[in-house]
Write a protein that binds this ligand. Sequence first.
Ligand SMILES: [Zn+2]
Length: 288
Amino acid sequence: MLVSAEEMLKKAKAGKYAVGQFNINNLEWTKAILLTAQELNSPVILGVSEGAGKYMAGYKTVVGMVNGMLEELNITVPVALHLDHGSYDGCMKCIEAGFSSVMFDGSHYPIEENIAKTTELINITREKGMSLEAEVGSIGGEEDGVVGKGECADPNECKSIADLGVTMLAAGIGNIHGKYPANWEGLSFETLDAIQQLTGEMPLVLHGGTGIPEDMIKKAISLGVAKINVNTECQLAFAAATRGYVEAGKDLEGKGFDPRKLLAPGFEAIKATVKEKMELFGSVGKAC
Ligand SMILES: [Zn+2]
C-alpha cells in the first residue's frame, strides 16, 4: 500500500539520512526502482512529473501500475507516489487519482499567492492523509539557460511556508535541474543553514540531485536535507546502457530485438544508479 512521505521523512531528518525521490517514466523505471528499494530495505519516493504522467497515459494509469507492482512484487518497504513540480490543477488530479503525496510548485507566484494556494492544498491533503511538498525560490534548469549559480531562496519566506504546515519544503540553494554547467559555484550552505535554523524539524528537499559532488550531498544531509530528487542520472544511465546494447549489435543477434532483451541493460543500469544513490543518501536498511 502506498504511504504518505511524512513518516519516512521525519525519520530521515531525525536519523541524518535522506530518502531518494526517483522519477519514473514507464514500467521498466518503476519496477527497477521498487525492486532496488526492496532489496536494500530502503524507503523510496516515486516521482512523477506532469509530463511523465501524461506520457504514461494519465495519473490513474500510474496509480494502477504502481499499486499492482506493490502487490505482485511483494514490495513491503514504505513507498510514496509523489507528483513532482505540480500545478494546482495537477495536484487536484493526483489527489483524486490516488497518489499518496504531491508537490505544489508555487515558486513562480508572488509569495502571498504561493501561501494562499499552498494553504488550500494543505487542508485537502491533510484530510486524505497525504504529504505535501512546497517550494520557495525557483530551482533553475538548463532550459532556462541558467549558467553558474541557481537561485537561492529567502530563508524568511521559507519559514512562512514551513509554518503553514507543509510536510516537506524544497528551497533553492544554488541547485539546478539537469546537468550542472562547468562553472557552477556549488550549493550555498549558508543559505541552507539559515533555512534550517528558521524551519527547525521541517524535512528539506534537494532538487536537481544529478551531478552534485558526494561531499556536498553529505553536507546538505547534515544540514537538514531529508529528501533528494534524482531524475537525470537514471535517464543518462538508461540511455548509455541501451546505446551500448545497440552499438554492440546485440539487437541483431537471435531474438535480441525482443523488447524484454533490448530494455534489460537499461533496466539494470537504473537499478545500479538507484542503489548507488541509496547508499550515498544513507537510506539503506531504514525501511522499518
Ligand atoms: Zn525539481
